[in-house]
Ligand binder design. Structure first.
Ligand SMILES: Nc1nc2c(c(=O)[nH]1)N[C@H]1C(S)=C(S)[C@@H](COP(=O)(O)OP(=O)(O)OC[C@H]3O[C@@H](n4cnc5c(=O)[nH]c(N)nc54)[C@H](O)[C@@H]3O)O[C@H]1N2
Ligand SMILES: Nc1nc2c(c(=O)[nH]1)N[C@H]1C(S)=C(S)[C@@H](COP(=O)(O)OP(=O)(O)OC[C@H]3O[C@@H](n4cnc5c(=O)[nH]c(N)nc54)[C@H](O)[C@@H]3O)O[C@H]1N2
Ligand SMILES: [Mo]
Length: 770
């Protein structure tokens, strides 16, 4: 078979020359304009009208990250990466029937992630034809009926209903209800690979699975900790809030193995003054390059210093450094935690964190002087073997000074997908205790499954051992996003049914079960016209605020269906008629779905239809925010003692490295916009491994040398990734950085958080083979 892929899509062409060197500019600024311009150049016109509607109360909610949307937005309330995401969705390119007639799936499996999405928007429903190894056209009803027939043949507990985090609250509610009415609790979500450590850890510590702050707190805080979150690339709009805070005199202290540009300096592209002058805002007052997996040690050091300094201060008759009133009134477990900190040895803390006692004391002292602090964190903490304990530790640090449940203070896990938090809120969860099953039973007159469903990691295990038989994907790129991706792929072809609901072609659409459908849906930015007129959807941001979102762009193809219509189509074919669920009426009028959501969750969604257009969104409430810990065991927020000072979960050995898999500034998860990671000074390639210069010397490696990484595991599986260019980088000794999803081959499914089952892709044990 000849490879007929369009050459212009080749990596060399789009990336241009490979250039690696330090990036001197700030985040934002002209670089962000140029970065956006490159994507515009490839995708056609700049959709200015749509960009101006982005994140506005009467516009649409950005399809990129989940950061909060202000009630009074800036005229251009979008960032470089949000703009890229919009431009990416509105591309003029189309993956038409002619495209699928030209290419077999075997051939397409040779394409890169970038090349696949460059085929453009999917245009009509497709069925996989194994004989010709191609996708062929099929009608919508034919697809729904066939999916219904296949699912009805299976044990419901062997079918998986995955969601990626982008689909609306309305779609997600319908999807979860469909799965449960069919009899499956297997409702994993990308969240299982992301902030599941947060859902578990925050619940243990403060009794709420989500962050406690809202945007208003960002205006009131005078101190921020930043642990393992790359704001400049992954939630750039937050930089505006941070810039305002710094200008007000707030202190930001960052813990990150890499000196991420957005956490160092920012030039606001929306400020004509900053764009035209050398003026740049310095973001972090202190920057601590903690070892990968070293946060438990670092935070232990911070707490130890505070607890001991507090004892000395009080003994000398000086003001306390920790909030004893708060601790006494609202928390439990403090004494055991304080003991643990007192007993912790500075030598161990320094070794495990890679930071000096003096550096940690400096950070603790600054924190001790603050009035209201926010603890911000991301994947650097959650995607670790001890990810849950990392989250517990940030809570301990905040609880020490009463920084939960008062203005300007709280926990701020930065969520990923634009509605990932909301999907969990309306029932996409494999944990039966998190879904209001009794209420659903009563509302819809059926007996929901009560057993625990499968998480993402358990789905991988189930695919590998043959117990999972069917997979429905509401968005996402499961096969690329999961650990051990090649092994899971190989087993995937043994499934009875695979269904992917998607906007653009990706790897997960090229590896199929016996029966397979690819169902193209509208993007959130597009007009969603139904029987009662154009429809509005809604989503929940990182701060639990719920927003309306209206698409107005013409659909990419007349044959697309909306996500609610697709879910309803499958549900009608799959489920026996039920007088209490009118899927057709719901599809015709999403307001009725919102009424149903309100009926299921009367506290969180009271007057949903009346409130969801409120500028800035409406807050669905969070007991920890009100210092209400009555739902917790013991009725108090809880200090939790960590089990180790290292989060990676493996012993240090000579030449065994801690690999963190990273996102570039030019991707959204598995969607690769281009090959430039501007802020890290890497251009034209993603095939790099970032390494400390001393480690390079020790191993006699030279800059640009091509090496293979091999995972250290005892299960007998050979996991390796070759073709990586050695790149000297400012990274702590013993740590390596390389890109996700290319390196997912190196991550064993079994290497995950023990408590949350989040894959530990920030601390993979690897060796370098020259
Ligand atoms: N443009 C864009 N936006 C995105 C995404 C995207 O891919 N592109 N993805 C979205 C999604 S789903 C998510 S979950 C978020 C992800 O956003 P982030 O939470 O920022 O996730 P990562 O990019 O994986 O990077 C995590 C950061 O953790 C640091 N790190 C790694 N290991 C450690 C450690 O042990 N300790 C500490 N303290 N730091 C560590 C890394 O250096 C890096 O800066 O962004 C969302 N927004
Ligand atoms: N090694 C490693 N692995 C990781 C991570 C890591 O840091 N390192 N991060 C993990 C994290 S945090 C996450 S969240 C997961 C991400 O995992 P996923 O959410 O499964 O993957 P995405 O790349 O976000 O999915 C992109 C695809 O979604 C589809 N899509 C886009 N928009 C829409 C839409 O509006 N509707 C529908 N139906 N489909 C749409 C498109 O077809 C696109 O190709 O990956 C995880 N995997
Ligand atoms: Mo994520």
């Amino acid at each position: 078979m000849t490879r007929s892929k369009p050459r212009t899509f080749g990596q060399a062409k789009i990336g241009g020359q490979v250039k690696i060197g330090p990036y001197e500019g700030p985040a934002g600024g002209w670089g962000s304009m140029i970065g956006m311009g490159k994507v515009v150049g490839r995708e056609g016109d700049l959709p200015v009208g749509q960009l101006l509607r982005q994140n506005k109360p009467d516009g649409f909610m950005c399809v990129s990250c989940a950061w909060a949307k202000p009630a009074k937005p800036h005229p251009a309330e979008f960032c470089e990466n949000g703009a890229k995401a919009t431009i990416w969705d509105l591309t003029p390119r189309r993956a038409t029937l002619a495209f699928f007639a030209r290419h077999t799936l075997t051939e397409l499996r040779d394409w890169t992630d970038y090349e696949l999405e460059q085929a453009g928007r999917l245009t009509e429903p497709l069925r996989y034809d194994a004989g010709s190894d191609r996708y062929v056209p099929c009608g919508w009803q034919e697809a729904f009926d066939a999916i219904g027939v296949e699912l009805k043949r299976l044990e419901p507990t062997s079918a998986v209903f995955y969601a990626s985090g982008r689909a609306s609250l309305e779609t997600s509610y319908m999807y979860a209800l469909m799965a449960r009415m069919y009899g499956s609790q297997n409702l994993p979500d990308s969240s299982n690979m992301c902030h599941e450590s947060t859902s578990v850890g925050l619940t243990q510590s403060i009794g709420a699975p989500v962050g406690t702050v809202i945007l208003d707190d960002f205006d009131k805080a005078d101190f921020f900790f930043f642990f393992g979150q790359n704001v400049g690339s992954n939630s750039p709009r937050m930089l505006h809030d941070l810039q305002k805070a710094v200008r007000r005199g707030a202190t930001i202290i960052t813990f990150n193995p890499l000196r991420e540009r957005g956490l160092e300096a920012f030039r606001n592209p929306q400020s004509p003054f900053q764009m035209l002058t050398p003026d740049v805002t310095e973001i972090s007052a202190q920057y601590h390059q903690v070892k990968t997996g070293g946060d438990l040690a670092a935070i232990t050091g911070l707490c130890k210093w505070l607890i001991e300094a507090d004892e000395m201060a009080r003994a000398a008759g000086n003001p306390a450094l920790i909030d004893h009133d708060f601790i006494g009134q609202y928390t439990q477990g403090f004494e055991a935690f304080a003991d643990f900190c007192r007993r912790a040895d500075w030598a161990d803390i320094e070794r495990e964190s890679g930071l000096s006692m003096a550096a940690l004391a400096g950070a603790a002292r600054a924190y001790g002087e603050s009035q209201a602090a926010i603890g911000v964190y991301g994947m650097g903490l959650t995607q670790q073997r001890l990810g849950v304990e990392n989250v517990n530790m940030v809570c301990n640090l905040m609880l020490l000074r009463g920084n939960v449940g008062r203005p300007g203070a709280g926990l701020c896990p930065v969520r990923g997908h634009s509605n990932v938090q909301g999907q969990r809120t309306v029932g996409i969860t494999e944990k039966p205790e998190l879904a209001p099953l009794d209420r659903l039973a009563e509302q819809y007159g059926f007996e929901p499954p009560r057993d625990k469903g499968l998480t993402t990691v358990e789905v991988c295990e189930g695919v590998l051992d043959g117990t999972v038989r069917a997979f429905i994907g509401l968005g996402g790129n499961f096969l690329r996003a999961v650990p051990d991706s090649p092994r899971v792929e190989e087993a995937w072809t043994g499934l009875d049914l695979t269904v992917q609901i998607a906007t653009k072609l990706n790897r997960s659409h090229l590896v199929n079960g016996r029966v397979a459908y690819l169902l193209p849906c509208l993007s959130r930015i597009e007009t969603d016209e139904q029987a009662t007129g154009p429809q509005t959807v809604s989503m929940e941001d990182s701060t639990s605020c719920i927003h309306a979102s209206d698409g107005t762009h013409p659909p990419a193809s007349p044959d697309l269906k909306s996500e609610p219509a697709i879910v309803a189509g499958i549900a009608k074919a799959l489920l026996p008629p039920n007088s209490k669920v009118d899927w057709e009426a719901w599809t015709a009028d999403y307001g009725q779905v919102r009424d149903a959501i309100e009926a299921t969750y009367p506290d969180k969604f009271a007057d949903f239809n009346g409130r969801f257009r409120q500028p800035g969104g409406f807050h669905r409430g969070n007991p920890a925010r009100e210092r209400d810990f009555s739902g917790m065991e013991g009725g108090r927020a809880t200090f939790i003692v960590p089990s180790s000072l290292s989060a990676v979960g493996f012993a240090d050995q000579a030449d065994l490295f801690r690999l963190m898999t990273l996102r570039s500034n030019d991707q959204f998860n598995t969607t690769v916009y281009g090959y430039d990671d501007r802020f890290r000074g890497i251009q034209g390639t993603r095939d790099v491994v970032l390494i400390n210069a001393a480690d390079m010397d020790r191993l006699s490696l030279t800059e640009g040398q091509v090496v293979t990484l091999v995972t250290d595991s005892s299960d007998g599986v050979d996991r390796r990734k070759g073709g990586l260019r050695v790149t000297a980088y400012d990274i702590p000794p013993g740590c390596l950085g390389a890109y996700y999803p290319e390196c997912n081959v190196l991550a064993p499914v079994a290497h995950h958080s023990k408590q949350a089952l989040t894959p530990a892709v920030k601390g993979i044990p690897v060796r370098i083979v020259a």
